[in-house]
Design a binder for this molecule. Structure first.
Ligand code: SF4
Length: 275
């Protein structure tokens, strides 16, 4: 029997839903899951925007963001995550450019000098429908209509059919803020930064919170069942190509090869290096 985690995050729930076996390798076996380039770019961009939004509103300019990026670059450059990417000089330049496009993308969606920021990188834990939830909220803002939960994304925006799934995360964050403060935020916002910048927003309501927390609890129940029975099935799909455990997963390897042969797997998928 595998031990249940003390807390359940949105990303852990997403991983379990994508593939229970991958979740087990990550959270039970605690096998390494090194961040890829996109994740390290995202971490750097988030850090710059966190420092920027902690400053007084008038200082939140593009020039200030550039200065922050320059100041904290050595911290990233010398970090183990960046070093493990093993990028040559040209690729490092591309990395910095991708990060800057994401950072600058914020101004395409809002003027940060006009935002009333209450907190950044707020760690929050709450019991949501009996599930021990934990998350980190990129930004909590005060608006004329109440508080707004804002989350930055540096990946591609979701296709229309996955929009509600993406917004589900922000509804759970809002629910946790509501539990902690007694006041439910009125708005949830996902800011997709970068060249395909896009804002997705949702009006938070008690009904929506109930729907999202019930879904979250449903995933938690399935996870409990998996842990009790030590049964973590594989669930193959296109994301096997980005799974760090493909090298030890027979089903995943078969799936990757099948997709590759059919031209349905990107030839730069990182897992190709593992099989
Ligand atoms: S390779 Fe695919 S099936 Fe195997 S653990 Fe990873 S995601 Fe799951």
């Amino acid at each position: 029997m595998a031990a249940l985690p003390r807390f359940f995050s949105v990303s852990a729930a997403g991983m379990y839903k994508q593939c229970p076996r991958r979740w087990k390798h990550r959270y039970v076996d605690k096998l390494p899951d090194p961040p890829g380039e996109a994740a390290v770019v995202g971490t750097f961009a988030h850090r710059v925007l966190e420092i920027l939004c902690d400053k007084d509103s008038k200082s939140r300019t593009i020039e200030e963001a550039k200065k922050i990026a320059r100041d904290i670059w050595p911290e990233t450059e010398n970090g183990s995550d960046f070093k493990s990417l093993d990028l040559d000089e040209k690729k490092q330049k591309e990395f910095r450019w991708k990060a800057w496009v994401a950072i600058e993308g914020l101004w395409g969606l809002e003027n940060p000098s006009e935002v009333n920021v209450l907190s950044t990188e707020k760690k929050i834990s709450a019991t949501l429908s009996d599930v021990p939830f934990f998350g980190v909220i990129d930004r909590l803002d005060q608006t004329s209509k109440g508080t707004a939960v804002t989350d930055y994304k540096t990946g591609k925006p979701p296709s229309p059919s996955y929009k509600d799934d993406a917004l589900n995360q922000i509804v759970l964050y809002a629910a946790a803020v509501g539990c902690e403060t007694g006041n439910l935020p009125t708005k949830g916002r996902l800011l997709y930064l970068g060249k395909d910048s896009l804002e997705l927003e949702v009006d938070i309501s008690e009904e929506l919170v109930a729907k999202s927390t019930n879904q979250f609890a449903g995933t938690w129940e399935k996870l409990k069942d998996s842990c009790e029975n030590d049964n973590f099935d594989t669930q193959v799909g296109p994301l096997c190509g980005w799974c760090p455990y493909a090298g030890i997963c027979v089903d995943g390897q078969k799936e990757i090869k099948k997709r590759l042969a059919a031209g349905r797997m990107r030839t730069d998928a990182p897992a190709l290096q593992l099989i």
